[in-house]
Design a protein around this ligand. Structure first.
Ligand code: PEP
Ligand code: MN
Length: 267
């Protein structure tokens, strides 16, 4: 599969600075200021994370679950950034989210799998993001539709957004599977073939849905020359308010990262 992304973007510049892969880590959801800061401090001390992730508006399948702390969590991320210098990334699903995020100095935004499926929602986000210069990551849609994924990326590009990355987080399936979301590797491989200029990241947390699957999924992604990983990290994963089964402590993240076999770029 074609390798080095060619575009000059926020993501490719970071890749060039450190070599492969880019590591994005942090909790599924920002739950409290203490939790946000505890993870940020641990990641900073370990020195491997390039970007901090946390969800503050959570797209839940069913009503009644934990839907995120919302805007109240943005100052916690600002504090974590201030203390650690790590760029902060959150999911946005509406123009209002974009406005709030940028008002609070969030560095990177991502579009979640349940939003990428909807061209109207993506277009509204593209319009809201136009001219902001903020880097954006686009998760694959929940359904295995490469055209929809590329279409979402193109909507952002048409709005003048150049700092883009794609995140492979797997695809919903009714078929029995060991995975929470089927990886269907052919789809991201085809994306990379058609768009070698784009940074492609792998999300083993949402593909696997289980801690023990993080390492084999991440290894496969690196073997396929992905540019980085986004892994959910929580101080007390079993008691996480969302995605408890797939989160790992910062210490376990370190072990996983050291157990992975890396193929560094040759040029
Ligand atoms: C998440 O990253 O926590 C999330 C909700 O992801 P996805 O959109 O991949 O389900
Ligand atoms: Mn999650």
């Amino acid at each position: 599969m074609p390798t080095t992304p060619t575009a000059d973007t926020f993501f490719t510049r970071r890749l060039a600075q450190k070599g492969n892969p880019l590591i994005i880590a942090g909790p599924c959801s920002a739950e409290s200021e203490e939790q946000v800061l505890a993870v940020a401090r641990a990641l900073k001390a370990a020195g491997q994370a390039d970007i901090y992730r946390a969800g503050i508006w959570k797209p839940r399948t069913k009503p009644g679950g934990f839907e995120g702390r919302g805007t109240a969590a943005l100052p916690w991320l600002q504090a974590a950034r201030q203390e650690t210098g790590l760029p902060m990334a959150i999911e946005v699903a509406t123009p209002k989210h974009v406005e709030e995020a940028l008002k609070h100095g969030i560095d990177v935004l991502w579009i979640g799998a349940r939003t990428t499926v909807n061209p109207f929602a993506v277009q509204e986000l593209a319009d809201a993001l136009a001219g902001t210069g903020v880097p954006v990551m686009v998760k694959n849609p929940v359904n295995p539709d490469l055209a929809l994924w590329i279409g979402a990326i193109e909507r952002l590009e048409r709005a003048g957004i150049r700092d883009l990355a794609a995140i492979h987080r797997g695809f919903s399936t009714f078929a029995p599977s060991r995975y929470r979301n089927a990886p269907t590797w052919a789809i991201p491989i085809e994306l990379k073939t058609r768009r070698p200029d784009l940074v492609l990241l792998n999300d083993p947390s949402h593909i696997g849905g289980r801690r023990d699957l993080l390492l084999p999924i991440a290894q496969k992604a690196l073997d396929l020359d992905y540019d980085g990983l986004i892994i959910e990290t929580h101080p007390d994963p079993d008691h996480a308010l969302s995605d408890a089964a797939q989160q790992v402590t910062p210490a376990r993240l370190q072990e996983i990262l050291s157990e992975l076999k890396y193929r560094y770029r040759s040029s």
